[in-house]
Write a protein that binds this ligand. Sequence first.
Ligand code: PLP
Length: 426
Amino acid sequence: MKNSKLALFGGNKTINYKYNSYNPIGLEEVNAAKKVVESGVLSKFLGCWEPDFFGGPKVQEFERKCEEYFGVKHAVTVNSWTSGLIAAIGAIGIEPGDEIIVSPWTMCASATAILHWNAIPVFADIEEETFNLDPISVEKNISPQTKAILAIDIFGHPCDADALRKIAHKNDLKLITDTAQAPGSFYKGKLTGTFSDVGGYSLNYHKHINTGEGGIIVTNDEKIFERLQLIRNHAEAVVEGKGVNDITNMVGYNFRLGEIECSIGIEQLKKISKFVSKRQDIAEQLSAGLQNLRGLRTPVIKDNCTHSFYIYPLILDVQKVKVSREKIISALKAEGVEGLIGGYANIHLLPIFQKKIAYGSQGFPWNSEICKREVSYDKGICPIAENLHDNTFLGYEMCLHDLSNRDVKLIIEAFKKVWNNLDELR
Ligand SMILES: *Cc1c(COP(=O)(O)O)cnc(C)c1O
């Protein structure tokens, strides 16, 4: 390996084939979906106050199974976790102009779901170790307008639920969690995503549980539970019949998930522990193989936490390696390593926040009287997140592939080859 020429400079590629795509669908899912199709009942929801308001048999069965698995009082299925986030924020009774503190290291929907209710996202910085919201930065960003904290369990590592709950309690804030990337990860012996007032999971095709599209919202709060169901299914048409007096945010939607997806979800949920432990096993092999490469930090898993590896996160010490991240990525890609990403979201830098143009062309809601103060989205507000994004973060999208032991071995070989030839890249 030592003297073999990098593929980037015309040498042989370490990996000469494509890895298998992530596809957790087995015969059990096929049969379950087939039965639903044969029954002819593909959905059974009705948007009015009667028994079908709660959906058909598979929707309700999947919800009961999710309550059992996640250990929560209530689970509500939705047609995506983006819908779930919108419903969750509406359900806690957010008012226009209220602020919600959120991480910039997430998928954009965590922030746009806030905007959706004309509330204002405020971005706090992240911890370098876990890429999750830094509780100290959260506290610094609390203002008289703050009503909630929206924490993400990014890449599969649980957020610091104890610290965030303490801050929320002290300041009378709600805690919402986005566990799209971390179903099956534990925090202090309990599944992450279940510690907040309301949380949930994505079921899209590259998440751990795949129903094509879909989401699950979880809560232990009775009032939030009722409001989630209403927002999911035409609240405005249902509140009167149901006798609901608080009609705040009872603008309803059709966020309903179908019977086919739920029948697939029931089978997927049975396999979640297996899916997660396979990724943990791969991550362990990768970390064992990569840990001695100078200037490369393998994932940190904090005490009392487990990781479910939606993304396998690495950090490059550019001073030590003396090669830019971009060059290293090109060299690894040339060796045939797929699924590498340099940097991550930094949602605050998206045009919608930079230009403050959301609803209409006049800068609503920031430019209106409901927004009580100037909120900054300038570069520099989240220095740790920004430096990771610009210079040092290197991720492998474990969610995209179904890696074999051979793939893992060759990925490690490719990294070692590149590290043995760093001189050539300088
Ligand atoms: C995938 C994802 C979402 C959105 O979920 P969908 O089901 O695709 O709408 C939200 N937040 C995070 C962190 C995600 O990874």
